[in-house]
Design a protein around this ligand. Structure first.
Ligand code: GCU
Length: 608
């Protein structure tokens, strides 16, 4: 990340006053030999047009932020030595392109793998203005426009963000404004109860008045605040259910409060029973979001956006697209991704996400959602992302949020080219390594869509039964002869939540794509896969293969001429990934071997 920033050549020592001024600054410093003019056309909003004139100069026209995005697009193509555009019009597919930081005001970051918070420490705002400008620049350079600075789990004193900390929050918003980045705050649904109101019932007039008054104060301080992000009735957070109200009633009450200021309520749909009895076979966690929201389609105010995790569980290495993203045509939706590698290697293991995102976008008609959000992978580490190669996820997320049809290989190659100046052959090796990393990680971790074999709570490393007898609804039910849960019509009925063409694709284990097989079906270990292998053999093979792939990844990494300080960090983390991959391979294979008593056909070492 630092490397890409340094390619912009000049540190931003002063705060530019507007996106246009920033655009001029960036163009003149990054492309000193190319003459560029800018022309503001407010009707173009965030879109831009780049036109090459006969004298070789460029004209970038657009709305205020559009000019900025166009300038970065031109700079990126010049620094990548791609052919510069003659005539290029572009505008973002999604209105809100959000980063959700899970930063707590004590300075910790929930599921953060890149050091402490960039914004807070010790219960207070605490940031380096220079790094804030770098962050603004990073976001703008890939078209991201909304930054939610605090954790969706709003712990004290973050409740005071809308009150005591408002002046400081307003100063932070000032810093980000020239980058076209608007702030958003996570709020606590029960906040009125901190102010002598005995309830947080959304239909109670005193509650409604409190939120209206609060919104007025907040928007007075930060007129362009994007809105509030809400995690309600989820994993112990307060919400409308306490008062017998549904989530449309809850969200619409807040929407009324922010409407006069153009604010949005981004309402998360991560609602499920997190106190499930593992003996209870009638509850199937992936069904939960649909059950809570689908029947409310059409009842949400027009400034409410439902933010839905991309899969029905929780950011596993492979999950199907959430049925809710396909089924709520009369509601504004946002898809939520997670850049923080919570279940995907903690930014120790390499896991490039764009191949996964592309699969999701291919299943999701573009018009179904109006916005995208991603849980941040940034922190106070000097390189921002802990693992220098994890920066590819931040960068390519921006490109995809702008245009979900962005080509996967081209996006990763662009990041690699902008970040490291290395020989073409090495660059190719790096791009291939990044592109294959998701499949490699998937192979050595949980098999064929089953997920959840991670160490509980921490979520790094293997523990095949760690979540099996717990309350989180995440069971694989592996026995001596079979594994998985039948989620078809004959089982829990989860698959019925999808349109028919999707039901058809997955309902028959004989034709269900392998990688989703154990998400949808309970199957005997002797089940014959499409390629003729048994299920158990495929599990063994994938785990060995994933581990062997990591051995060669690590060799490649040690050969690649990364500059320091990145080289040392990358090598050190690669060695930890190798250790982790071996643990996963050996523990998962041993687990299944002990249960099934079936030998590996290739006689490789499995520990008993
Ligand atoms: C996961 C994660 C939590 C987080 C939650 C959420 O369960 O482990 O740390 O709070 O998702 O998305 O709200």
């Amino acid at each position: 990340m630092k490397a890409w920033l340094s390619r912009l050549h000049t540190d931003l020592v002063t705060v530019p006053s507007s996106p246009e001024e920033l655009a001029r600054f960036e163009l003149s410093h990054a492309l000193p030999d190319i003459s560029c003019r800018i022309e503001t056309d407010p009707s173009m909003g965030e879109g831009y047009h780049i036109c090459r004139k006969s004298d070789g100069s460029f004209l970038i026209s657009g709305g205020s932020t559009g000019i900025l995005y166009g300038s970065y697009a031109l700079i990126r193509s010049a620094l990548c030595e791609k052919s510069m555009p003659d005539n290029l019009s572009s505008s973002p597919r999604y209105a809100l392109r959000m980063i959700n930081c899970w930063d707590n005001m004590d300075g910790t970051v929930e599921r953060g793998y890149s050091g402490r918070s960039l914004f807070f420490e010790d219960g207070h705002f605490h940031y380096d203005p220079f790094r804030m400008r770098e962050l603004g620049r990073l976001m703008a350079s890939v078209g991201l426009n909304i930054l939610c600075i605090n954790n969706v789990n709003v712990h004290f004193p973050a409740q005071l963000l809308l009150e005591d900390y408002l002046p400081e929050a307003a100063s932070l918003a000032d810093l980000f404004r020239p980058f076209g980045v608007r702030l958003m705050f996570s709020i606590d649904y029960s906040q009125p109860m901190r102010h002598g109101i005995s309830t947080a019932d959304p239909l109670d007039p005193a509650v409604q008045e409190w939120w209206k008054g609060t919104a007025k104060r907040v928007y007075n301080a930060i007129p362009d605040l994007a809105g509030f992000l809400v995690k309600a009735d989820s994993e112990g957070r307060p919400g409308p259910f306490t008062y017998g109200r549904n989530h449309a009633e809850g969200a619409n009450m807040l929407a009324d409060a922010v409407r006069p200021y153009g604010g949005k309520i981004v309402w998360r749909c991560f609602v499920y029973n997190c106190r499930q009895d593992w003996r209870d076979k009638t509850t199937d966690r992936p069904k939960a979001a649909w059950e809570h929201y689908a029947y409310l389609d059409g009842q949400f105010a027009d400034n409410v956006i439902l933010q839905i995790k991309h899969g029905p569980f929780d950011f596993q290495v492979r999950e199907p697209l959430s049925p809710l993203l396909l089924g709520m045509k009369k509601t504004n939706l946002a898809m939520e991704l997670q850049l923080a590698q919570e279940y995907t290697g903690h930014q120790i293991d390499i896991y490039t996400m764009i191949p996964m995102w592309r699969e999701l976008f291919e299943e999701l008609p573009a018009e179904n959602i109006m916005s995208v959000a991603a849980v941040s992978n940034l922190g106070r580490d000097e390189n921002y992302t802990g693992h220098p190669l994890a920066a590819v996820n931040f960068f390519t997320y921006g490109l995809l949020a702008w245009d979900p049809e962005t080509d996967t290989t081209a996006a990763v190659a662009e990041w690699a080219r902008l970040t490291y100046i290395i020989p073409a052959e090495d660059e190719k090796k790096l791009v291939n390594l990044l592109l294959s990393s998701r499949r490699v990680y998937e192979k050595y971790t949980a098999p064929l869509g089953i997920g959840w074999m991670v160490t509980p709570h921490d979520h790094y490393g293997p523990n095949p039964s760690g979540y099996e007898y717990d309350m989180w609804g995440t069971y694989h039910k592996a026995s001596h002869d079979a594994i998985g849960i039948d989620r078809t019509a004959s089982g829990t009925g989860y698959l019925n939540q999808y349109p028919e063409y999707i039901q058809k694709k997955y309902e028959d284990p004989g034709t269900c794509p392998d990688l989703y097989l154990l998400f949808y079906h309970r199957l005997p270990y002797t089940f014959r896969m499409k390629d003729g292998r048994t299920l158990i053999q495929r599990i063994y093979d994938d785990h060995f293969e994933g581990y062997y792939d990591v051995i060669s990844m690590v060799e490649t990494i040690h050969d690649l001429p990364f500059p320091n300080p990145d080289r040392d960090v990358i090598r050190e983390r690669a060695n930890r990934q190798l250790h982790n991959a071996k643990e996963w391979c050996d523990i998962i294979n041993t687990f299944f071997h002990r249960l099934s008593g079936i030998e590996d056909e290739h006689g490789r070492i499995i520990y008993d």
